[in-house]
Design a protein around this ligand. Structure first.
Ligand code: GUN
Length: 284
């Protein structure tokens, strides 16, 4: 079996083209969606991500403002979030993670107005996902589900193993897939018989940040593999999947680059528009 490619780049382009039209329509009516990003410190990867968010926003006509600090106290960062919460011209607030150690990340995420929480990381929005009453989902899990839906890969009734237990990816994705009727196993470094649990899955989502981590002996023949891993190497971005061998055994697979990455970026823009519409009392 040779896997069909889950083309995240193409789907992301489709989504962003649609969003461009929505944005243009609102701008004609004098309404300007705007994203604010907050970056603290000099982590090079975070700088790259924030620059991409600026570029993506501008490409589809979303206004953008960046707040950058070499360093800032927790107290001042909370005051900044408060100001952004109260600014009517800003519809989405994204605080790039990780934050420096002297800042309590949870305190900051809790401070972001849930209506402006484009990342979907505020505890209220996380809780809403668990209760299956959410309309705002973190970007990477949302991108994963959207790409599976686009290729008509059923989640209901599927055995799904997620190799990631983070607040950003594994936990919300598990909840979203349970809500859709999937049977979800979340595995991590402390899991016993990890290989067995992965090999049992109809759908494997892997995000561990280790190149060539997922090998063909770990996946079932015909499984669907979604690679959320990102490792920057000299010759480009690599995922977690040993692509050459795994793609020969599976039914569908996401490439890296060109899989989940572009979808995550597109979902942020979609979330910004969802937040914008809610703040303008427009039903979507
Ligand atoms: N750092 C790594 N991924 C993310 C993300 O999705 N959102 C934010 N805010 N920071 C991140």
């Amino acid at each position: 079996m040779t896997a069909k490619i889950l083309d995240g780049k193409a789907l992301a382009l489709k989504v962003t083209n649609e969003l461009s039209e929505i944005v243009a329509d609102y701008k004609k009516r004098g309404l300007y969606p705007k994203l604010a990003t907050v970056l603290v410190g000099s982590d090079p990867a975070s700088r790259v991500y924030v620059n991409l968010k600026k570029k993506d926003s501008e490409k589809i006509g979303i206004d953008y403002e960046e707040f950058y600090y070499d360093d800032i106290s927790e107290e001042d960062l909370l005051l900044l979030i408060d100001k952004l919460n109260n600014r009517a011209d800003i519809h989405g607030i994204l605080v790039q993670l990780p934050l420096p150690k002297h800042i309590d990340t949870n305190k900051i995420l809790e401070k972001i107005d849930p209506l402006k929480d484009v990342d979907g990381f505020n505890p209220l929005n996380v809780g809403r996902i668990l209760l299956n009453i959410s309309d705002l989902f973190p970007c990477t899990p949302k991108g994963v589900v959207k790409i599976l839906d686009e290729y008509n890969i059923p989640i209901e009734g599927a055995d799904i193993t997620i190799i990631n237990r983070s607040n950003i990816i594994g936990k919300p994705l598990a909840a979203m897939m349970i809500n859709r009727g999937g049977t979800v196993t979340v595995v991590h470094t402390k899991t016993k018989n990890l290989k067995e649990k992965v090999r049992n899955a109809d759908i494997v989502i892997v995000g561990v940040g280790k190149t060539d981590f997922l090998t063909s002996d770990m996946v079932k023949e015909g499984a669907v593999v979604v690679d959320v891993g990102i490792t920057r190497e000299i010759d480009g971005i690599k995922g977690d999947v040993k692509y050459d061998e795994v793609s020969k055994k599976t039914s569908y697979i996401t490439p890296v680059p060109g899989g989940v990455g572009p979808m995550t970026r597109a979902m942020l823009l979609e979330n910004l528009i969802i937040c914008f519409l809610k703040q303008n009392d427009c039903a979507r």
